[in-house]
Design a protein. Sequence first.
Length: 119
Amino acid sequence: METTLRIRIAFPKGHIGPGKIALLEQIDKVGSISGAAKEMGMTYRRAWHLLETLQSVLNEDVVETSIGGKKGGGAKLTQVGKDLISLYRVAEDGARKEAAPLLKKMDSLLTKEKKGDPS
């Protein structure tokens, strides 16, 4: 397994990391909070809690929901939600590129350790 970098961005009211971003991406893909939660193997309650946390951190809505009808309810990302995904992915890509040499060195240390090489 290769060493990877995962970023979590801290704000005064909380943090945003890969799990919350993945949830937003899944909501965007399937068009519902419950569907996204199911796809990710989490409860609807957990998904809703993550969204409430995001909205509290940003003080903005990241998802708009609609109540069911003939076609059923649904959810879609607000522009803030879409922008958040984009900005997070840009930050993540930049961090990965900058950290790549360091991660490579860490991988080589781990490989040496597994082989029993003390150096």
